[in-house]
Design a protein around this ligand. Structure first.
Ligand code: CAA
Length: 260
């Protein structure tokens, strides 16, 4: 299904969603967030897709935030509905059984930083800038920034970024552990595709279980998290792919995984 503000491409088991409103620096209005939710659901239904990349159109922004022109006249009930929609998008990305990669090609501010943080892996171009500048508008992050930024960079750094609204450059974000690597702009997407393709070649059930256990375990006490791991580890031994992966190793040949 074609979308107005989101482009979808799929190659070699990797889907790429491009937020495509470059004139507004890819700002997230309601229509775009709704389209992104549908696009993520579409990706979830396509069993040939083994990894998802999110990026922004143009050379300036990943996403410069939620759409301020649209939010300017919202009253509290509309703001709550908008925030719920943004949270739904984050939840959909986190519950996708495949890894998601944010290719942050420019500004990732407010809702843009929040969108990146709902992805499993974040890579940035040298031009990227991150921030939660909502206090400049006398609001707070509304798409999961207070919770996800604190989990990503720690509560102390999250407080500083959210209270001051300061932007940080890609190197700073890398020092904070917010991004995994900083690349020259032209190498960002090729790098993300390489990582995505590498993941797409692994046992999909294993990758999906790893994502699930890492996410669920992060909010649990250690013993409960380890119990989840044991369960998932054992479950995978009931799959054909586990037999195939281990047989292929012993027979010194590449495995042929089928996702069963
Ligand atoms: N919403 C709507 N439009 C936006 C936008 C946004 N978040 N960010 C940029 N734009 C628009 C600008 O209004 C401008 O449009 P016009 O050409 O029609 O005037 C166009 O994009 C280009 O932007 P600038 O001219 O401002 O570009 P710049 O290079 O001078 O500055 C910038 C770039 C620093 C990113 C600046 O645009 C900016 O500060 N944007 C707002 C960032 C922000 O506050 N984001 C948080 C939003 S609140 C939020 O996201 C809440 C939440 O958690 C859900």
């Amino acid at each position: 299904m074609p979308f107005e503000n989101v482009l979808i491409e799929t190659h070699d088991g990797v889907a790429t969603l491009t937020i495509n409103r470059p004139k507004s620096l890819n700002a997230l209005n309601t229509a775009t967030v709704a389209e992104l939710c549908l696009a993520v659901e579409q990706v979830a239904d396509d069993r040939s897709v083994k990894a998802l990349i999110l990026t922004g159109a143009g050379d300036k922004a990943f996403v410069a935030g939620a759409d301020i022109a649209e939010m300017a006249h919202m009253a509290s009930p509309a703001a709550l509905t908008f925030s719920e929609l943004g949270h739904r998008l984050g939840d959909l990305l986190e519950s996708l059984p495949i890894p998601t990669i944010a290719a942050v090609n420019g500004f990732a501010l407010g809702g843009g930083c929040e969108l990146a943080m709902a992805c499993d892996l974040i890579y940035a171009s040298e031009k990227a800038r991150f921030g939660q500048p909502e206090v400049n508008l006398s609001v707070i992050p509304g798409f999961g920034g207070t919770s996800r930024l604190a989990r990503r960079v720690g509560p102390h750094r999250a407080r500083e970024l959210i209270f001051t609204g300061d932007l940080i450059d890609a190197a700073h974000a890398e020092r904070y552990g917010l991004v995994l690597a900083v690349l020259p702009p032209e190498q960002l997407l090729p790098h993300c595709r390489e990582v995505a393709k590498k993941i797409a070649g692994k046992g999909p059930l294993a990758v999906s279980q790893a994502k699930k256990v890492l996410a669920a375990g992060a909010d649990l006490p250690l013993q409960a998290a380890n119990a989840l791991e044991r369960q998932a580890f054992a479950t995978l031994f009931g799959s054909r792919d586990q037999k195939e992966g281990m047989a292929a190793f012993l027979e010194k040949r590449p495995p042929r995984f089928e996702g069963h």
